[in-house]
Design a protein around this ligand. Structure first.
Ligand code: GDD
Ligand code: MG
Length: 384
């Protein structure tokens, strides 16, 4: 495949400039079509970006952060449960955005999804276009990534972050100038673990590079497009930073991210209330002596009973935490019920599930949507 390098880059526009069909770096593609399998059962009825974090669908935080960085036009690349996005976000005007939707009937992978969205972009061939994975919570300076791209005259620029164990991510070694030297997606062999720098899931593509991705078939940007570009001598630039970064792809990470949003550790203009130990949305019913801490969020119509303690957890709409229950680092799905004196620690309770009283569930247990667990049925230790 041929990738044409366009130069010189266009001059940056002022952030205050009115929207124009050719405005560079004011448009983005957001990838929201994945099945979110690692997040089941949260994603059985809801696509990952629509699962509430700090009281609103997670995607709201990404959209609001993009808008705050001057992006005006966003194309949502949907596939799994595609039909739920537009009824919620509409044309995006409530967030000051112009939102459009494209849907893949069969998932096209990350690269195929970006290519499939290209016909909705307004940019000229040499303009930068932002692309975001739809499950990343980060304090990335989006404007700085675009400035890095322009400064380097790159074909693609990637946000990189450092993690202690990079094996679940795309490894991206760079040279002394920050130029990407290889792209190794989820390497298994020990000799391939050559760096702790990983692809953080935000890119600036020069528009012509998007147009050169093959159309109409699945393409992985990580396994095909980036390695092919490097082999063809294209310029991929990395920008490493140490800002807040979390992939919300697992239940544990999702619950952490939601709590960090409430606590103000993770930046978002879309948290619907003041930052603090807890976020209680209008319409929730919390008993006076219930204790909410650690960034817990309680959605509308949720009920927290007398003496219950909820720490670092997300309680979704209509969920019911009965008196004396203890819920820690857990997510309780919409309409689910947690019985009196039951202890949850590091647990996901799917939508509509009932965990009866006097149970003890810990360490990664996932209660499937609609499941019923009887009183005192599950213990984790003998001293309860
Ligand atoms: N439209 C569409 N179609 N979107 C998709 C598809 C598809 O076929 N497949 C995945 N996506 C979206 C997901 O919804 C998600 O927002 C994003 O693309 C990345 O997919 P994940 O499934 O979350 O990938 P990952 O977390 O295993 O790995 C990716 O992210 C890491 C950073 O968190 C890769 O980009 C890694 O290289 C990277 O390190
Ligand atoms: Mg992910």
């Amino acid at each position: 495949m041929a990738y044409v390098k366009i130069s010189p880059m266009r001059a940056p526009r002022e952030a205050t400039t009115a929207p124009s069909p050719t405005a560079p770096a004011t448009e983005a593609v957001l990838l929201v079509g994945g099945k979110g399998t690692r997040l089941r059962p949260l994603t059985v009825h809801t696509p990952k970006p629509m699962v509430p974090a700090a009281g609103v669908p997670f995607l709201t935080h990404q959209l609001a952060r993009a808008r705050a960085a001057g992006i005006e036009h966003i194309v949502l690349a949907t596939s799994y449960l595609a039909e739920v996005f537009e009824p919620y976000f509409g044309d995006g005007s409530a967030l000051g955005l112009h939102l459009e939707y494209v849907t893949e009937t069969d998932p096209l992978g990350t690269g195929g999804a970006i290519r499939n969205a290209a016909h909705r972009l307004h940019s000229a061939p040499g303009d930068p276009v932002l692309v975001f994975n739809g499950d990343i919570l980060t304090g990335l300076d989006i404007r700085a990534l675009v400035a890095t791209h322009r400064g380097a005259g790159a074909d693609v620029s990637l946000h990189l972050t450092r993690v202690p164990d990079p094996r679940a991510f795309g490894l991206v070694p760079t040279d002394a100038d920050g130029r990407v030297t290889a792209f190794l997606e989820k390497p298994q062999a020990p000799e391939e673990i050559v760096t702790d720098q990983i692809n953080a899931g935000a890119y600036v593509f020069t528009r012509s590079v998007i147009d050169a991705i093959p159309a109409g078939r699945p393409v992985s940007v990580e396994r095909e497009t980036f390695p092919d570009l490097l082999a063809a001598g294209a310029h991929l630039q990395g920008m490493v930073d140490s800002t807040y970064w979390l992939d919300l792809g697992t239940p544990q990470a999702f619950v952490r991210g939601s709590a960090d949003l409430v606590l103000g550790r993770a930046p978002s203009p879309a948290v619907p209330g003041r930052c603090g130990e807890r976020l209680v949305l209008p319409g929730a019913d919390v008993a006076e002596d219930a204790k909410l801490s650690g960034g817990t969020s309680v959605a509308a119509r949720a009920v927290i009973g007398a003496g219950a303690r909820v720490d670092g957890s997300a309680i979704l709409p209509g969920a019911w935490i009965e008196p004396g229950a203890v819920v820690k680092n857990s997510l309780v799905g919409a309409g689910a019920r947690v019985g009196s004196r039951t202890i949850l620690d590091g647990v996901v309770v799917g939508d509509g599930a009932h965990v009866g009283p006097d149970n003890e569930l810990r360490d990664g247990v996932r209660v499937w949507c609609g499941a019923r667990i009887e009183q005192g049925a599950i213990r984790f230790s003998s001293d309860m």
